[in-house]
Design a protein around this ligand. Structure first.
Ligand SMILES: Cc1cc2nc3c(=O)[nH]c(=O)nc-3n(C[C@H](O)[C@H](O)[C@H](O)COP(=O)(O)OP(=O)(O)OC[C@H]3O[C@@H](n4cnc5c(N)ncnc54)[C@H](O)[C@@H]3O)c2cc1C
Length: 481
């Protein structure tokens, strides 16, 4: 290929997802440096009848960025801030920029301004920073905003390279249909080359922390939101042998306060924070002594009541790649995440039912949280089909066949619980959902798969996850007849 596009490794490049390590594939790995590279790659794929799939941070766990023998494209080098419109609060980034890079570039670009009044992101995924903008759009991610819809609502426009190799600008006013499909389209409708994000003014936020029973959570959150809280979550107890399992936790909310930029360093100097070593210890304890892990964690959180944070930096997190390798007792497995949604008035019912189910199935819960999401009015295949409460569960699983089957069945039963309460589930974390669950949670799926063929008749963008969606639909149709 005559191009600046760099081919990395051999044609047998081996790729795995970062968190579970369970999704994998071999293919040719390319590093793109610009839109022109992506066009050349698409032309090369067309000439050779090859499939293409893009990857960012590889944090999706359902094989969305995996396709055996495909051209695997990384946009890691396409991570620059291209422009900042300070009047309208819009920033354009290349599609490979991670959220950490986005936050840092915006701060650098506005370094002459008051630190607590610059333009910054509205939301990012909570548990990990090395997620790319392209990957985030593909899953239509969310953070811990109390009144935010998923990321598609934060996007002014995108440029994508289509299956045919064209560069198109997409937005709510331009190529709107394709825009709605790329957002939450798992890389199957185009490669996101650049993204124009709608920003908000950075604020200083005060964290308020309270130990609560899940029964009281909504009332407390509503009150805190009336008082101006913008972000928040509820991190619940994970020991299934204890009474408060899933139903007792720490509610943290973040409230804007007026603080002079000059005074901020002094005010935050001695704030309590967990060191990386302490984080590692907590992750280990979550596997070996869950009550102790929750006790230390909640004590730490309670100590931080009243502490001040910048609204973008507060969203950064600590994540250790491949942390299971360091854990002698649990190094033959990993965590898999699942995320369920229920109408908010069913949150308490769901948590009690989920606790009973997870106890019965002896599930190994490592971490869990409840957040809020507003209805998505943009994506063609929305997961936030209503204003929901979101329940995130990180389960440890061993990697042998029986353990994986057991974990898969647990996820299926959790999905059943959510669907029975008119809720839904997130697609980015695994592909354990059964065909009828997929169709119930995502009734627009058949139409979206048809649209995929209209935009990409050769199915140039292809992945294991796409294969799973197609197969599920086929199975569903066969069992219907
Ligand atoms: C520990 C952990 C915590 C997480 N926390 C959250 C959370 O709080 N909220 C949340 O919503 N999600 C969360 N996630 C999920 C994560 O945000 C999504 O899976 C996201 O898609 C990962 O982006 P990535 O850059 O890692 O992309 P990858 O995993 O590499 O790819 C994901 C999808 O994006 C596509 N893609 C990647 N780049 C592009 C591009 N430039 N153009 C088009 N398509 C592209 C791929 O083809 C694939 O379909 C978490 C995941 C982990 C492991």
């Amino acid at each position: 290929m005559n191009t600046t596009l760099k081919q990395i490794g051999t044609t047998d490049y081996h790729l795995t997802d970062c968190h579970s390590g369970l999704e994998r594939c071999n293919g040719e790995l390319f590093q793109a440096n610009c839109a022109r590279d992506l066009q050349r790659l698409m032309a090369h794929a067309a000439r050779n009848g090859q499939k293409v799939i893009t990857h960012g941070g590889r944090h999706a766990m359902g094989g969305q960025q995996m396709q055996e023998r495909a051209l695997l494209v990384s946009l890691k080098n396409m991570n620059r801030l291209l422009s900042l419109d300070s009047r309208r609060g819009l920033a354009t980034f290349q599609g490979g920029a991670t959220f950490k890079e986005v936050i840092e570039s915006l701060a650098r670009e506005q370094s002459e301004k008051e630190a607590n009044n610059i333009w910054c992101i509205r939301q990012k995924p909570t548990g990990v920073d090395a997620v790319s903008l392209g990957g985030a759009i593909a899953s239509n991610i969310h953070g811990r905003g109390l009144n935010l819809a998923p990321l598609a609502g934060d996007i002014e426009k995108l440029t994508v390279v289509t299956a045919g190799g064209d560069i198109l600008t997409l937005g709510e006013r331009e190529n709107q249909d394709l825009f709605r499909r790329v957002a939450g389209g798992f890389g199957l409708f185009g490669i996101v080359e650049s993204v124009t994000l709608r920003l908000k003014r950075r604020q200083v936020l005060e964290r308020q922390v309270q130990m609560l029973a899940v029964e009281d959570l909504l009332t407390v959150l509503q009150k805190r939101m009336q008082e101006g809280a913008q972000y928040g979550d509820f991190q619940f107890a994970i020991d299934h042998e204890q009474e408060g399992f899933l139903t007792r936790g720490i509610a943290s909310t973040y409230h804007p306060v007026q603080v002079d930029a000059d005074a901020l360093p002094e005010l935050t100097r001695n704030q309590s924070a967990l060191s990386p070593q302490m984080w590692r210890k907590l992750i280990c304890l979550a596997h070996t002594d869950k009550s102790e892990a929750f006790r230390i964690y909640s004590k730490h959180y309670q100590r931080t009541n009243g502490q001040l944070y910048l609204s973008d930096r507060m969203q950064l997190s600590t994540y250790f790649d491949g942390y299971h390798r360091e854990m002698e007792s649990h190094n033959h497995g990993s965590e898999i995440i699942t995320e369920l949604y229920v109408p908010r008035n069913f949150l308490t019912v769901f948590m009690h039912r989920a606790a009973a189910l997870l106890r019965k199935r002896r599930a190994n819960v490592i971490y869990g949280t409840v957040r809020m999401i507003e209805k998505d009015t943009v994506a063609a295949l929305p997961w936030a089909s209503e204003n929901f409460a979101c329940i995130v569960l990180n389960l440890h699983t061993e990697h042998d066949r029986d353990a994986l089957r057991h974990t898969g069945e647990t996820f299926q039963e959790l999905i059943d619980l959510a669907l029975a309460l008119k809720g839904n589930f997130y697609l980015t974390y695994h592909k354990f959902a059964r065909p009828e669950q997929l169709l119930r949670g995502y009734p627009a799926l058949p139409e979206c798969l048809q649209a995929k063929l209209a935009y990409d008749p050769q199915e140039r963008f292809h992945s294991n996850f796409y294969q799973y969606l197609k197969l599920s639909l086929e199975t569903f149709r066969q069992t219907e007849h």
